[in-house]
Ligand binder design. Sequence first.
Ligand code: OFO
Length: 169
Amino acid sequence: MLSEKMNKAFNDQINAELYSEYLYLSMKAYFADKNLQGFVNWMDVQVQEEHAHAMGMFDYVIERGGRVELAQIDKPRHDWESPLEVFEHVLEHEQYVTSRINALMDVAEEEKDRAALSFLDWYLKEQVEEESNVGGVLATLKLIGNDSNALFMLDKDLAARTFVAPVIG
Ligand code: OFO
């Protein structure tokens, strides 16, 4: 059984994961508007991943005899200066999410909830991977600068990303 404190911390993180899904959906709309279909695809995969992250925690809270309580999802930003600025925002957001997962693990430690700690380990590893993926795209965008041909090449590359449903926990 989850402690009340742990349950609330999980519910807050479910909201944060759903916000991430919403933010990337907003970024997907931005790229659709720019007709950069590879970036649209990249964001679409990201949206599905965030949904899976939220649902992984949703199912876990129930499995542990807790109670999921959903909260309002904040309105995400909807416009950016450039693809580079979008990816700067993504990296900053993922770093923020990493700090949240760390804080959630701190709660699990305080509550002496080893099962939750071991469950959250997956999320921590996922954050390392997410920051690294995003950092890679960001580095390429910095190299590209104002070269629109290179941007189209990157767009082609990003079209190849596919969603693989994660096995969480
Ligand atoms: Fe859920 O990992 Fe991104 O935010």
